[in-house]
Design a protein around this ligand. Structure first.
Ligand code: SAH
Length: 251
């Protein structure tokens, strides 16, 4: 059995209880060493076989899983944040299915949630934005043409941009082309929930300079949108005049 587990954004106590239990029971752990906090491996049991996938290919990680399965062992494949976002889990699950090896997935706290916590922000502010666009800039890995930043930013919705901190002049240009203003609020959150976390607030026009000033080139999220300005309408959910299934409206 192979368990795909979301490690959370970095802080060792932000893995789920289920994820921690699976880690502590695993015979074999394969972790994404480029982003997973190695301190999480302290939850592993004595004698657990540990592999860092950062220097391994898909075929190599699969071979480790296959070997473990042959020996009747349990494997945890530990992915950063939540495995459903840029986690490359589908290609692994398909190989496992072809080999008749069963697997399951345990979610994790994505870095985009940890970034909102660091900012004490709400992505879906009433009257400001009710949608969150999670995306990335095309780099060495392409992004479908219809999802280019220019088109997405035209919505004016909250944007969370992964994997793009090293390409900020281009990101800035595309955001402005799509309809963001130079003074549209923006933030960079570096290593959310890690001890070295940094939160830099500013404007779309200053994004490259904000990162440069703080020496940020990777492991950061770029947040864009009016939600960062804090202006908003009052929520209906807790409005006395607004009734719903759990509370009657007060006249
Ligand atoms: N599955 C992960 C994302 C993996 S892609 C998740 O749910 O968070 C890797 C990218 O995620 C990084 O380039 C960076 O943009 C972002 N990232 C991962 N951990 C981060 C953290 N703690 N703080 C800020 N960004 C992070």
């Amino acid at each position: 059995m192979v368990h795909f587990v979301g490690a959370g954004p970095g802080a060792v106590d932000l893995i789920t209880v289920r994820g921690m239990r699976l880690l502590s029971q695993a015979d074999v752990i394969i972790y994404a060493g480029s982003l997973v906090n190695p301190q999480l491996l302290s939850y592993a049991k004595k004698g657990c076989e540990i592999h860092n996938s950062a220097a391994m290919t898909l075929e190599e990680t699969f071979a480790v899983m296959q070997e473990a399965e042959r020996e009747g062992k349990t494997t945890v494949r530990l992915h950063t944040g939540d495995p459903s976002l840029y986690g490359a889990i589908r290609e692994q699950i398909e190989l496992l299915e072809e080999a008749g090896i069963s697997s399951d997935v345990t979610p994790g706290v994505s870095s985009f949630c940890a970034a909102a916590s660091a900012l004490q922000a709400e992505y879906t502010l009433p009257g400001i934005s009710q949608s969150v666009i999670i995306t990335r800039l095309a780099g060495r890995t392409p992004v479908p043409e219809r999802e280019k930043i220019e088109s997405l930013s035209a919505h004016g919705a909250t944007m969370v941009i992964f994997l793009s901190a090293g390409m900020l002049p281009e990101l800035r240009r595309r955001l402005l082309e799509g309809g963001c203003r130079e003074d549209t609020p923006a933030a960079i959150v570096y290593k959310a929930s890690w001890p070295e976390e940094q939160v830099v607030r500013g404007r779309v026009g200053d994004l490259p300079e904000m990162a440069r000033r703080h020496g940020i080139e990777r492991t950061a999220l770029i947040l864009v949108g009016e939600f960062l300005d804090g202006k908003r309408e009052r929520s209906k959910l807790y409005d006395p005049a607004f009734g719903h299934g759990y509370r009657e409206a007060k006249q």
